[in-house]
Design a protein around this ligand. Structure first.
Ligand code: GSH
Length: 237
């Protein structure tokens, strides 16, 4: 199966959760918008395809033959069994999907640290509110979410979030810890003391051969201030 990923070309964003699964599995995929200007137009066309009976609202979008899937968690639910990155039993699949949806919620809260008032306005127009929001986020919400994933890991033996082998949520936790480090290095230095298993899992994922090769390749976009995880040092002061 040849997969087509439709996502913005200039940031890791929510598309990265999908890229990591495709890369770990060595899947045959095209990152459409990163291929060429024509690819970027193809993403715009996909979004403008309101004549379709099932128009996606926003990227990431995955195309696999006739199937079009949107929402990072929904895409991973689709890809998981196909890429052998999900449990076999239905109960296990629903569990990892639930974990991924919790990550979706977390990602939205991370996004709101730089856009607490309006997604349609620049960060520079909401800096004051962003600072207030981020203070509470780093004090209450980030430790709550990260502590939850740490607890899930501990209850499952410490190596994986679900089952006995790697699933797509382990890859997503790698992205979350790595992204939080980029965005909030000072806070993470402290928080990481309370989430040793998550940090260990992050390192184990980074060392997996396919992920290691991906991270060193030009296919991995650097973190930047277009994405979800943005480094604005003033927010951490
Ligand atoms: N729930 C969706 C959210 C998708 C989303 O917000 N995509 C962003 C890029 S990361 C976007 O382009 N949104 C356009 C918009 O909200 O108008 C997911 O998890 O994939």
């Amino acid at each position: 199966m040849k997969y087509e990923l439709y996502y913005w070309p200039s940031s890791q964003g929510r598309g990265e959760f999908v890229r990591l699964a495709l890369e770990e599995a060595g899947a045959d995929y095209i990152d459409i918008a990163r291929r060429s200007a024509a690819g970027r137009e193809a993403v715009a066309r996909m979004l403008a395809a309101r004549r379709s009976a099932t128009p996606p609202f926003a990227p990431p979008i995955l195309k696999a033959g006739n199937v079009v899937v949107s929402h990072a968690a929904n895409i991973l639910q689709f890809l998981g069994p196909r890429l052998r990155l999900a449990p076999k039993a239905e109960a296990g699949r629903l569990w990892v999907h639930g974990l991924q949806l919790t990550m979706t919620d977390f990602v939205k809260e991370v996004h709101d640290t730089h856009h607490p008032i309006a997604t349609s306005r620049y960060y520079e127009e909401q800096k004051k509110e962003a600072k207030l929001y981020t203070r509470e986020f780093l004090k209450i919400r980030a430790p709550k979410y990260l502590g939850y994933f740490e607890d899930v890991l501990r209850r499952n033996g410490g190596k994986h979030l679900a089952g006995r082998s790697l699933t797509y949520v382990d890859l997503s936790l790698f992205q979350i810890v790595t992204g939080m480090r980029y965005a909030f290095p000072k806070t993470m230095k402290k928080l990481e003391k309370d989430i040793p298993l998550s940090v260990k899992l992050r390192d184990a994922v980074a060392a997996r051969p396919n992920i290691k090769a991906y991270l060193a390749s030009p296919r991995r976009i650097d973190f930047n201030e277009n994405g979800i995880f943005r480094n604005y040092p003033e927010l951490e002061k």
